[in-house]
Design a protein around this ligand. Structure first.
Ligand code: HEM
Length: 414
């Protein structure tokens, strides 16, 4: 499966640079992690640590589906598939943060975003067709050809951004990046361009492309699934939804603008509890796998021998009734910091755990909090008539989409 996911990064055995081979071998995460720390660090004082400085006060608003929802729901309640709308929002904001490009994909078609969506669905489809795991067979199929075409489009886009940025760097020198750092408009490509190893060697264009594309790929579907199921759980529990809304309204009371600042993110305890409980009940990533580097002795004395690959069910861990009483019940108070539970830190692992856990979790939690807070300020989210059925794919989806009803708050008050 790892190879299927990596194949779209352009990492065939013939094209792989030593760096790519390291990534395949599981070592490049060290670099990626260092970069993530640098990225979080440089922006320490900005308004939203994980996002580039908005060029306009309405930057994030512009990257949320909310303006579109307002339009769709202008005549009352609108029935919307959350996955469809939210995935465009997460892709839009990722493209902005990684490349500083405004895709405007929520208003009009974007070929690049369409290609990323196509790649994600093709990888999920191929995952269920083990006989097509062999590249040479897959590329003979119509899907394989679509996959190659979409890959080319995505790679060409990333290559063009990197080439252009490198040429600016060559002509203007690092001063150009320093100036961007001062105005907090560095993006992920800039950070990768500046990265050097201990011998002062930077990354090749191919390395940068692989890192940037990994973030696009790993960051959009997961956050989309998380936000969609959070809205679903809040729709089913209007009392929690209302309490979250009041918390946000209270936080922004007496402010000129409805922007969420970086420090605000720590001031939304109940909203955070609701997010965590949804990540428990509906974890976006259902399974992870690990190869045992040593014999692992289980509590009953049996041992998993070194060298075996174990699949760990995040969904199973989160629904273990001996740790989570009534595991199917949505109860945000399980995460009440005022009432800490005697649970293992490994009982809740939506972002996995250990040295290979999710690199983007701070980014994801910040994005989710901002998107949720701004959505609840404007809309009431109501359940659809039909209960969705969970659909486990590479991420947790819903069969036929996750449909909810969205009503502008002003409409409810009338
Ligand atoms: C709610 C949203 C997210 C969830 C639930 C999630 C979950 C996960 C999980 C479970 C892993 C697997 C780690 C393992 O194998 O143990 C992972 C890895 C990863 N995630 Fe996320 N993720 C989310 C958002 C993001 C975002 C926004 C980004 C980037 C912007 C991102 C980038 C990555 C990367 C690069 C890895 C591979 C890390 C490595 O192999 O060292 N993720 N994520």
């Amino acid at each position: 499966m790892l190879q299927l996911c990596l194949s779209w990064l352009g990492m065939g055995p013939l094209t792989a640079s030593p760096w790519h081979l390291l990534l395949l071998g599981g070592a490049s995460w060290i670099l990626a992690r260092i970069l993530a720390w640098i990225y979080a660090f440089y922006d320490n004082c900005s308004r939203l640590r994980c996002f580039p400085q908005p060029p306009k006060p309405s930057w994030f608003w512009g990257h949320l589906a909310l303006a579109k929802w307002q339009c769709l729901a202008s005549k009352g309640t609108s029935r919307l598939d959350m996955f469809e709308h939210i995935s465009l929002m997460t892709l839009d904001s990722l493209q902005k943060c990684i490349f500083s490009v405004d895709s405007n994909c929520q208003e009009s078609d974007s070929k690049y975003i369409a290609a990323i969506l196509e790649l994600s669905s093709l990888v999920a489809k191929r995952h269920c067709q083990p006989f097509l795991y062999l590249d040479f067979l897959y590329y003979l199929t119509a899907d394989g050809r679509r996959f190659r075409k979409a890959c080319d489009l995505v790679h060409n886009f990333t290559d063009a951004v990197i080439r252009e940025r490198r040429s600016t760097l060559n002509t203007q020198g690092v001063e150009f990046l320093k100036a961007k750092a001062k105005t907090k408009t560095l993006d992920f490509i800039d950070v990768l361009l500046m990265a050097e190893d201990e011998h002062g060697k930077g990354l090749s264009n191919e390395d940068i492309r692989a890192e940037a594309d990994t973030f696009m790929f790993g960051g959009h579907d997961t956050t989309t699934s998380a936000l969609s199921w959070i809205l679903y759980n809040l729709a089913r529990h209007p009392e929690y939804q209302e309490r979250c809304r009041q918390e946000v309204q209270e936080l922004l009371r007496d402010r000129d603008s409805e922007e969420i600042e970086w420090d605000d993110l720590a001031q939304l305890p109940f909203l955070t509890m609701c997010i965590k409980e949804s990540l428990r009940l509906h974890p976006p990533v259902l399974l992870i796998s690990r190869c045992c580097t040593q014999d692992v002795v289980l509590p009953d004395g049996r041992a998993i021998p070194k060298g075996n690959i174990c699949v760990i069910s995040i969904f199973g861990v989160h629904h273990n009734p001996s740790v989570w009483p009534d595991p199917e019940v949505y109860n945000p108070f399980r995460f009440d910091p005022e009432n800490p539970q005697k649970r293992s830190p490994l009982a809740f692992i939506p972002f996995s755990a250990g040295t290979r856990n999710c690199i983007g979790q701070t980014f994801a939690m910040s994005e989710i909090k901002v998107a949720l807070a701004l959505t609840l300020l404007r809309f009431r989210i109501l359940p659809d008539d039909k209960e969705p059925r969970r659909k486990p794919e590479l991420i947790l989806r819903a069969e036929g989409g996750l449909w909810l009803r969205v009503e502008p708050l002003s409409a409810g008050a009338q």
